[in-house]
Design a protein around this ligand. Sequence first.
Ligand SMILES: [Zn+2]
Length: 254
Amino acid sequence: MTTQPPANPPLSILMYHQIGRYPRPDAHRALFCHIDRFKDQLRYLKWMGFDVINLSEARARLFEGKPMTRRSVVITVDDGYDDFREHAWPALQAEGLSATVYLVSSLLGQQASWLTDWAHQPGLMDAAAVRQLHREGCDFGSHAVSHPRLSRLNAGQQRSEIFDSKKALEDLLGAEVPDFCYPYGDYSLRARDLVEEAGYRTATTCIRGAAHFSDNPFELTRKAISYGDNLLGFAWKLHAKQARKGQAALPDQA
Ligand SMILES: [Zn+2]
């Protein structure tokens, strides 16, 4: 009779966007988190003994056989808003934690111009801020050159969004940029393969679920933390919402 090895503890990749002192938004609630709740969430992760790791470590544990003895979490923050420097990064540092921030390489120091229907397009960190936070231990990944819907682009445009953003950010940081995040979670199999060809080591989607159940390092699942998530809701997402759910690769349209 064979004995099954114990299942690995799950690994969750959390997804945030704007983190700050925001009133309750009327719409786009999954794109905001109040800083006080964010601080509570960080303290909860530490109190519960989660391993807060980066994506290279997550890849090693998920796909390369590195032992995973504790429940693990990666904190990802999309778009690189100014508020990260002001609010989230000091809160992470206070707890001795880090995160991966995905940057839109052509829009550093500008506005989130892809949010075309927003009355106020929030500001994005500039190059000096990114370099400073990188020196302080923050991880940065690519969120493409211009935050496009990749499946709507032709192969040449996809290639330049994926390759050129990596090069630009590596030049800025003087370090490898191994992580990519599909804007809007929109990707095709061709875009995914270009991400791998460009030399990235991971890519995150907006498919829900524990990353533990991702089947490909270039299609990592995540859990969006929403403005409405109190600590109980946060804990529920961490501990219970593991199943995979949501739109995967789209057909290329050009
Ligand atoms: Zn984005």
